[in-house]
Design a protein around this ligand. Sequence first.
Ligand code: FPP
Length: 236
Amino acid sequence: MHIAIIMDGNGRWAARRGFPRTAGHRQGAEAVNAVVEAAARKGVDILSLYAFSAANWNRPPDEVGALFTLLRRYLLNQTQRCLEQSIRINVIGRRDRLDSKLRQVIQHSECTTAHCTGMLLRIAVDYSSQYSLIEAARSIQLQGNAALDNFTAHLAAVDHSTAPAPSVDLLIRTGGEKRLSDFLLFECAYAELYFTECYWPDFDAHAFDAALQEFARRDRRFGQVASPALAGASHG
Ligand code: FPP
């Protein structure tokens, strides 16, 4: 099962307490630890977290700097912990605009955990689905039409993704907004969407469980008719 999360509401969590926005992001990084552990415990195969979108470059420079510091710290401090839980780390998104030190830390985390066979933790950094799709199309154009047969491989290459664009089963967005914000648009084609008012720093193992329980109640039809148990009860 592939779960993707748009971790929203850090700023509002902080504002509500009279803290600077960066305090919300710090607390958000703590929530990441809790949810990664909960997901691994639940046997989730892939967890994709939206840590920094391409649009986030437009935030004030000190907030952007704080987010990258948190990411670097997360990778430096949690790689060992991931290794112990056999979690493989993969940072997806553009690398060319990242600081070279962060690029090195990313490479170190990915190499250190490359052999892990447990959950795949994908952290999206400088990520934009629209950019990825356009770049994948560009690379196919350069290689000729035959390359189109393997579109997901091209998309994976653009994204630095170790797995070829895995389909998302459940997309969770915290913070009350109901939009996809350019996250995994191709991969979310048949994803179940789960929106919660909970701000990301408050999202814990219990909140994660609630999302899984709601997912278990959904009837995933992939364009087909309802499952026999629900046939007759459903018009959708
Ligand atoms: C959106 O909240 C959140 C982000 C832009 C950053 C998410 C980053 C983290 C959770 C911490 C670092 C990540 C890792 C993987 C260690 P917002 O600031 O837009 O909140 P708002 O909508 O309330 O302003």
